[in-house]
Design a protein around this ligand. Structure first.
Ligand code: FES
Length: 334
């Protein structure tokens, strides 16, 4: 096993066996640049500063000789061949670092997890994976041109198997169609990602507050933090109807596996979030004194939390609020 250090960020990750440097970095939630993952596009080209590497996958892309002499190589084709390696690469740290992508993919299945909620599993082709950061959104468009904008619920460490949480809504053609669909795979195009993500790296305690299926964006973020074996304490409050805590088994397994993660399931009476108790929110904020507050829910929910944080007098905290809207108010190109 080799330890790889990325310059200039100083992040480190482990690379084992025949794992490519790109695979190892993504598994450790380090967003190195890449495109095809198959040695054809050249977008994963990075520089070796120290150590030895070994080719483990064929690549068609040819690196210019001058760049090769400077130590450039394709991270999707090489693994580490010395106990330590230092590479020079710019990691994606904010949404501006991630290019917009259009990918023809397929819906592998739709699993109904309650009367009106389903988990949609989408798989991209091997050669065209989706680069994204946790908390980002995409537009899914079916062949019938019916589309939906949804947060990605899965971890960026798996850029091929994507998960979305879908609530069936009256007069919503997309959810109506997928809830009725019985034969899979189903063609779907993915456009995106977009959405601001947490920029400030803060290692203080974090409270995640989510309402209903809005938990999707928060799940992606928590999953990445846990994959990265974060040392920050994360406490999740999930508000949902009593019979709609569809991730409770997963959350319980996370809590058992990670000392840093705890969660609370708070049943609410309806899906309008008017029944969320401000006293409960204020207690949580006071007790946990978070340095980072992640919020995913309808506008009313987000406003309520901001008001509670002000009333409690939280100081020096960062607020990240998930929104489906593009930051420049433009729609994703389809
Ligand atoms: S990601 Fe395309 S060549 Fe490596």
């Amino acid at each position: 096993m080799a330890t790889v250090t990325v310059n200039p960020s100083g992040c480190t990750f482990s690379c084992e066996g025949k794992q490519t440097i790109l695979e190892a970095a993504l598994a450790a939630s380090i967003a190195l640049p890449y495109g095809c993952s198959m040695g054809t596009c050249g977008q994963c080209q990075i520089r070796l500063l120290h150590g030895q590497i070994k080719r483990v996958k064929h690549h068609d892309f040819s690196i210019r000789q001058a760049d090769r002499l400077r130590g450039n190589f394709l991270s999707c084709s090489y693994t580490a061949d010395s106990p330590t390696l230092v590479i020079e690469a710019l990691e994606a740290r904010c949404s501006a670092d991630i290019p917009r992508q259009h990918i023809n993919a397929r819906i592998k299945n739709v699993t109904q997890v309650s009367a009106d909620i389903a988990i949609v599993s989408v798989q991209t082709p091997r050669s065209t994976r989706l680069r994204f950061l946790p908390g980002q959104n995409v537009r899914l468009t079916l062949d019938s041109e019916i589309s939906a904008d949804l947060p990605i619920a899965s971890c960026p460490c798996d850029d091929r198997n994507l998960e979305f949480h879908l609530r069936r809504l009256p007069n919503d053609a997309f959810s109506g169609l997928l809830f009725k669909q019985t034969s899979f795979p189903l063609a779907v195009s993915i456009d995106g990602p977009w959405g601001e993500v947490e920029k400030k790296i803060s290692y203080g305690p974090t409270i995640c507050l989510s309402f209903d299926v809005h938990i999707a964006a928060i799940k992606s973020w928590i999953e990445q933090q846990l994959a990265d074996e974060t040392e920050r304490c994360i406490q999740l409050y999930w508000f949902a109807a009593e019979d709609e805590f569809y991730l409770s088994k997963l959350l319980s397994s996370w809590r058992d596996a990670f000392d840093t993660f705890t969660y609370n399931l708070i049943p609410v009476q309806d899906t309008s979030c008017r029944s969320v108790d401000p006293a409960l929110l204020k207690n949580a904020l006071r007790q946990f004194a978070p340095k980072l507050l992640l919020v995913a829910g309808p506008d009313y929910f987000a406003h309520l939390i901001k008001r509670c944080a002000d009333e409690v007098g939280l100081d020096e905290y960062t607020l990240w609020e998930h929104t489906l809207q593009h930051p420049k108010s433009e729609h994703v190109a389809v």
